[in-house]
Write a protein that binds this ligand. Structure first.
Ligand SMILES: O=P(O)(O)O[C@H]1O[C@H](CO)[C@@H](O)[C@H]1O
Ligand SMILES: [Mn+2]
Ligand SMILES: [Mn+2]
Length: 391
């Protein structure tokens, strides 16, 4: 009997190119493997003890003799390599129609509608790295008060403003306006507030980022669990990714360590259902910034805290460590990479040393969680509960 599942997403921690990676512009990508190569190796004793290094085809971490958990990797059915797509598939949806992207910037009619509604002109309107575009346009923004609008290879409409030039409330209002415009034919996966502070040449982004997602197009694992009367606790940006759907309680955390703290706090509380955590620093602070050394340290810092997480678990708790896409910091550009995700499952009720092989869809995780909690499933994905549960 399983009472609670912790679904722990290490954002962007991919483990090697998917068979179709080339169609996404990704050749030879391997977030974990290439970080290990570039930095002289990864020290992840706790994840390795659970079986991370035993996963088929994994590079950069070593296998142990008798891993304490079940382990595997998964292919992605959905047509995309962004956070929304990855998380929706993890929760049991297949995103076969990719979200709109804007490699040439947003069309004139979109920009003019936005400018008219917010009462300001905009700067930028092109794909860019969020830190590079501040260096380029931050000063002009401070002089004119025009928000910086930019996108990336992801399906995103991002608005960057200096917190002392445009108050946060106004930025959030702008995002709501953009969210209304970017629907229908221009359904973008996310509108994102990207506030920053500081002086010219030394701008830094603040934790007041906010994501405005589309509603999931179908019922997810979260909705099903909530309807069944279970707790669905969202830690980090999970609440945003599902636009609040199926979430019963949420906490937004400022960094990976705070996300781990919150997960442990919730594990110590009396709840039943799903604790769904996203640790985004791997992606936002190191993957997109192509900082392999920083990424390595973030991974090792997380690994050091795994014993604390496991100690907070009770006999009816199960934890699943996984990811949503890759973001190889050694690869060209600054975008995500199309990769396998790792799956490591651990708990008193779970058999150790079980190889789950290569799963066909991230949705297998949703199906397995449904099965473990004895609730309905979304109809996508195949449960591997029978392989992992102790008799
Ligand atoms: O370069 P920054 O602004 O961090 O952008 C990254 O963060 C956004 C959301 O994931 C995507 O656009 C991605 O490219
Ligand atoms: Mn992500
Ligand atoms: Mn990202």
């Amino acid at each position: 009997m399983v009472n609670r599942v912790v679904l722990f997403v290490m954002d962007s921690v991919g483990i090697g190119a998917l068979p179709d990676a080339e169609a996404f512009g990704d050749v030879g990508v391997n977030t974990l493997g290439n970080i290990a190569l570039a930095t002289g190796g990864l020290d992840l004793p706790n994840l390795q003890g659970l079986g991370l290094g035993n996963i088929d085809g994994i590079k950069g971490v070593t296998a142990v003799d008798a891993p304490k958990g079940a382990y595997g990797r998964s292919d992605e059915v959905s047509n995309g390599k962004d956070t929304t797509t990855g998380h929706w598939e993890l929760a049991g949806l297949h995103v076969t129609e990719p979200f709109n992207t804007y490699p040439e910037g947003f069309p004139e009619e979109i920009i003019s509608a936005f400018e008219e509604k917010v009462g300001r002109k905009v700067l930028g309107n092109k794909p860019a790295s969020g830190t590079v575009i501040l260096d380029e346009l931050g000063e002009e923004h401070m002089k004119t008060g025009y928000p910086i609008v930019y996108t990336s290879a992801d399906s995103v409409f991002q608005i960057a403003v200096h917190e002392e030039i445009i108050p946060l409330e106004e930025l959030y209002k702008m995002c709501e306006i953009a969210r209304e415009i970017m629907t229908g034919d221009h359904a973008v996966a996310r509108v994102i507030a990207r506030p920053f502070v500081g002086n010219v040449g030394a701008f830094t982004r603040t934790p007041n980022r906010r994501d405005y997602s589309l509603d999931p197009f179908g019922e997810t694992l979260l909705d099903i669990a909530k309807t069944a009367g279970l707790d669905v606790i969202a830690v980090g940006k999970i609440e945003d990714i599902y636009n609040g759907h199926g979430v019963t309680e949420a906490i937004h955390t400022k960094d990976n360590m705070a996300g781990i703290d919150a997960t442990i706090d919730y594990l110590k509380k009396n709840n039943r259902g799903i604790i769904f955590t996203n640790l985004v620093d791997f992606d936002a602070k190191y993957g997109h910034r192509r900082d392999a050394v920083g990424y390595k340290k973030a991974l090792e810092d997380m690994d050091q805290r795994i014993p604390e997480i496991l100690n907070a678990m009770g006999p009816k708790d199960v934890i699943i460590f996984t990811a949503d896409h890759g973001n190889d910091p050694t690869y060209k550009g600054t975008d995500h990479t199309r990769e396998y995700i790792p799956i490591v499952v651990y708990g008193d009720a779970i058999k150790g040393n079980v190889n789950l092989g290569t799963r066909k869809s991230f949705a297998d995780i949703a199906a397995t969680i449904s099965d473990l909690l004895e609730i309905d499933n979304t109809g996508k994905g195949e449960s591997f509960k029978n392989m992992i549960i102790k008799d």
